[in-house]
Design a protein around this ligand. Sequence first.
Ligand code: ZN
Length: 454
Amino acid sequence: MQKIFTFLILILLSAGSFSQEPEKVLASIFDEALTDTTAWRHLKYLCKNTKGRLSGSPASLKAINYTRQALKDAGADTVWLQKVNVPHWVRGYEECRIFSSGLGEYNLSVSTLGLSSGTDSKGIKAEVIEVHDFDELKALGRNTIEGKIVFFNRPADNTLINTFAGYGGAVNQRLSGAAEASRFGALAVIVRSATQSLDDFPHTGTTHYPEDVNKIPAVAVSTAGAELLSSWLKKDPSLNVRLVTTCKTLPDTISFNVIGEIRGDLKPEEYITVGGHLDSWDITEGAHDDAGGCVQAIEMIRIYRLLGIKPKRSVRAVMFMNEEISTTGGKTYADEAAKKGEKHYAALESDRGVMSPRGFGFDASGTRLDNLKSLAKYFVPFNVRDFDAGGGGSDIAPLKSLGILQIGYIPDSQRYFWYHHSANDTFEQVNIRELQMGSAAIASLIWLIDLYDY
Ligand SMILES: [Zn+2]
């Protein structure tokens, strides 16, 4: 009797004003996303008014306040800030100038790597040794390296169709080059930007020093600059470079994740998280990385509310803080969820740019993966086709310990590293229609996963 009663209630609920037919629901989600201007306004504000919102910066606080209001306006039931400890590193004056007796002088386009140690205002002037990997560095040894500036010049492999793989094959020079060169007595490092593009934008990012190494300054040089430096070194191996970077690491400070929640209709104690990261590098508007991902999460809330979509579970849009330096936003979010005993069902991250959607990657296997892949049929009209294993994001990774399904939003990646971590990642580089195709795909997928309990 109880069962029949529950069944009747469910029938009544589903026979309300809102149709549960996937084809119709998805069409209405895409229609709304592609005809509304809210996302455009949010993206423009974050890019133009909170540029350089690295954690700890005044711009990051402005972005926190703005997105808190945006989530309220979107119709979230509850919006709150979650305290996060963040590092506070600030760039100073930076200059990297080549001096060659035969070829002249040239100023390279550089950007100091996050967490790098600095120089004094006079800088470091030394000869330069070009290497392509850590084996080459080791083979040259302390006799050659000591007292010099090491120039890591291995390009991203352009033959790789997945540009994230190309980036991944080059980025260890940025992450560990300074530490490795320091072991051989280098004074500083210059690292070729980890990007497939050939241009004059330096692409920054963090560098890491293990406890046991002497911290030496590290800068990224534009790919065009790397080509020039390499060609000059061939003609004049004894040229000098003067590197000045007066960056500083200040004491850690307090920042916030911004969270907006729609309370679930039938299973409010279970949570689905959709997020991007609100911080960006200090030299950029951070449009693709990752204001766009944050805007897509806000759009999911807005669209659900506007269309009267009531998820069974509580759905949260989370703007994570400090993804770029040490992901303390993601860690804090997962720690608090664990402490409160929250039951997290799934989490999706959009942090691979906001180009046209290709699909989703799922950290799942077996029947669950088969179920998730079967949802692809609903996305055919929207050209979103790649549903496959493997996915997540650095902010949602700490939730894995709670046994959740992790999902990565996957847009087309061919242009992403043209912008990534550089001053070229501007509002103007985003096609708002492509961004909104992504918002709609994400909102649709989350609704389906919640509906079918996949
Ligand atoms: Zn990012």
